[in-house]
Write a protein that binds this ligand. Structure first.
Ligand SMILES: Cc1cc2nc3c(=O)[nH]c(=O)nc-3n(C[C@H](O)[C@H](O)[C@H](O)COP(=O)(O)OP(=O)(O)OC[C@H]3O[C@@H](n4cnc5c(N)ncnc54)[C@H](O)[C@@H]3O)c2cc1C
Length: 462
């Protein structure tokens, strides 16, 4: 065994996986996990823990894996995280825990994410469920949104004895974990649902199909429905568009809508008749992780897929691993290319996308080189479907319908980082609704902070 290298993880072959929605990464088995765990040098002052937004005792759980005590490992992780099987799969570990690992200085860091995933999968397969509180304290808290921030806040409050109800606008719980991230990176029935069920087992109620701001307002929850505090974890689900001609054509989707149709409306299953326009030639505009997910989904639905991005490969905001997987599967990257018009046929359907070539100029405020149009470089890409993946912002419904709730210029709710306290008494917020589109683990950290804030507030009131 080469201690400088990670134990390799098995993956589906790119040619095979490009035609199915099965998980790409197959994870470690017990033997591989034990071997990888034995590479951890158990630092006295573990930098990986400082790199984890929810401060999991990483060396602690890895030691238990090395010793074969998987249930103990699961208990250690459960102290800090309600969604380990999710985080083990989708966290950007390279810039967090693994990015700080001492082993990474001379060789490859410990595969912390894959070990977390192994423990979480082992617990699920062996029926390990985190302990629920023995009795409640009779205080009711409402949580808006069942994404990672809402689930984490609800789980932490339930462990403290609160009676928590999550109100979710969609018909299924999980937020982006359920409607956004594709099945081939994060299986829903096998991985996401069991972790949501574990939160339910702590005593949390989840009411779906309730749009707060329409079905009921925050003021009504507090004044009429008997809730003593509210946590807003409503995410940032409102897509942005370019504002170019033809964007209203049939066959133009936001990445969120496209992925929702695939995930939640099960367009990826042949036994479902979901309208998704499984185009023959699809352009995905944008270069972030969401663009990679949309592109890889369209590929699996049978299309030739172009990612159209106005800067060069070095500036692609998506994780290197995602770009690598997309290329392996056959996605075509049209870099330094910017759309200026979506062309349509006589029936209003997409019939090509007019683009210009770009070159990189001086760095802009973000430090990245500014793309500048090359004069006279217009050309048409032959596509019949366009997916816009240009970022999202929070939906203003909640802020528009709640008295005294302050938001900033980007429509994000203003909340204190350490407690989630907003401008309105008894109302806390966290996750993408506060930061704008970010990551699962940062949303979970905010959910934990919100639970602490609400507990302090309600304890002080007593
Ligand atoms: C396609 C895609 C892929 C991603 N991939 C990754 C990844 O690999 N790794 C990573 O770390 N992050 C990833 N992210 C980002 C990550 O998923 C989000 O940062 C995270 O889910 C935010 O959590 P949240 O709880 O704040 O909000 P969300 O997950 O957005 O959940 C908010 C929930 O609130 C509900 N809601 C909204 N308004 C209301 C209302 N008025 N009433 C009731 N309910 C409401 C929504 O329906 C939703 O279910 C990805 C995002 C997308 C879109």
């Amino acid at each position: 065994m080469d201690v400088l290298k990670k134990v390799p993880v098995r993956e589906q072959d790119p040619k095979v996986r490009a035609t199915n929605f099965e998980e790409v990464c197959l994870g470690y088995n017990e033997e591989e996990a034990k071997e990888e765990a034995s590479r951890c040098i158990q630092c006295k002052n573990p930098k990986c823990v400082a790199g984890c937004p929810v401060s999991i005792n990483i060396p602690g759980f890895i030691k238990e894996v090395e010793n074969g005590n998987h249930e103990e490992a699961a208990k250690i992780i459960a102290e800090s995280s309600a969604l380990p099987a999710v985080c083990g799969r989708v966290c950007p570990q390279e810039s967090q825990c693994e990015g700080r690992c001492i082993r990474g200085i001379k060789g490859e860091p410990i595969s912390i994410g894959k070990l977390e995933r192994f423990v979480a999968d082992w617990s699920r397969e062996h029926g390990f469920v985190p302990a629920a509180p023995e009795k409640t304290n009779g205080k009711k808290v409402a949580v808006i949104g069942s994404g990672p921030s809402g689930l984490t806040c609800a789980g932490d409050l339930a462990k403290l004895g609160y009676e928590v109800t999550i109100f979710e606008a969609l018909h299924e719980a999980g937020g982006v974990l359920t409607y956004g991230i594709p099945e081939f990176r994060l299986p829903k029935e096998g991985v996401v649902q069991p972790e949501i069920d574990n939160v339910r087992k702590l005593g949390v109620k989840i009411e779906t199909n309730v749009i707060v701001g329409k079905s009921v307002t925050i003021d009504e929850l507090l004044d009429e429905e008997g809730f003593q505090a509210v946590f807003i974890g409503s995410g940032a689900g409102l897509p942005m568009f370019m504002g170019i001609p033809g964007e209203n054509a049939n066959g133009v989707f936001s990445a969120n809508e496209y992925l929702t149709r695939s995930n939640l409306m099960k367009a990826f299953r042949s036994d479902y008749d979901t309208p998704i326009v499984a185009g023959q030639k699809v352009a995905v505009v944008g270069g972030g992780n969401v663009a990679m997910d949309a592109a890889r989904t369209a590929l699996r639905l049978g299309a030739e897929v172009h990612v159209v991005y106005r800067r060069s490969e070095a500036e692609l905001p998506a994780r290197v691993e995602e770009v690598h997987h997309a290329k392996e599967e056959g996605i075509i990257f049209d870099l330094l290319t910017n759309p200026i018009e979506i062309l349509t046929d006589e029936k209003g359907w997409v019939n090509g996308m007019k683009c210009v070539r770009m070159e990189l100029g001086e760095p802009d405020a973000s430090g990245r080189r500014r793309p500048v149009e090359v004069e006279g470089s217009e050309f048409v890409i032959d596509v019949d479907t366009v997916i816009m993946s240009l970022g999202t912002s929070p939906n203003p419904l909640i802020s528009n319908t709640t008295k005294g709730l302050d938001i900033n210029k980007r429509k994000c709710i203003i909340a204190e980082e350490s407690t989630g306290q907003t401008s309105k008494e008894g109302v806390y917020a966290g996750g993408d609704a506060v930061t704008g589109a970010a990551t699962v683990i940062l949303a979970m950290e905010a959910g934990r902070a919100g639970a602490r804030g609400i507990h302090e507030y309600l304890s002080a009131k007593e």
